[in-house]
Ligand binder design. Structure first.
Ligand code: HEM
Length: 127
């Protein structure tokens, strides 16, 4: 069975998604709160997201086995204490990024479902 990484188009595609995700966040008024939670310069955030997504979708292990899971993500996001609004802004940026890049709606939905599941797993660990 093809991995999501293969379906999406490999390394160039995950790099493009990570960049488009942050481009959307920087451009849109409605995601200002989420942008403000980030460091001023997004170079490292773009790079980390690219490496994380590559590994998580089943591509090369660029990020490190011990980090690509809900436990580690929950730890990394704990101090942010994001609310429903910020969570929706995050999902909006991902959805728009894939829309802007012309992803087929079936693939986009499959990926959005994995994001929602990862967020739910992170939130379940917090309680
Ligand atoms: C849904 C709510 C989410 C919010 C509000 C959020 C917000 C943030 C913020 C503000 C940072 C930057 C932290 C910093 O550098 O100071 C960050 C880092 C990061 N986020 Fe999220 N995030 C969310 C969900 C996710 C999900 C679902 C994933 C993965 C699929 C993810 C992957 C990452 C990664 C890989 C980093 C870099 C961590 C590091 O190495 O420092 N985030 N997130």
């Amino acid at each position: 069975m093809q991995t999501l990484f293969e379906k999406m188009g490999g390394l160039p595609a995950t790099r493009t998604i990570a960049n488009e995700f942050y481009d959307v966040m920087e451009k849109e008024e409605g995601t200002r709160k989420l942008l403000e939670m980030h460091p001023k310069k997004l170079v490292m955030s773009r790079h980390k997201l690219y490496k994380f997504l590559t590994q998580w979708f089943g591509g090369p292990k660029l990020f490190g086995e011990q980090y690509v899971n809900a436990e580690w993500l929950e730890l990394k996001h704990r101090r942010l204490n994001f609310n429903e609004d910020e969570k929706n802004q995050w999902l909006y940026c991902m959805n728009s990024a894939m829309g802007n890049l012309g992803f087929e709606s079936e693939l986009k939905e499959e990926i959005m479902t994995t994001f929602r599941e990862m967020i739910a797993a992170m939130q379940a660990l917090k309680k």
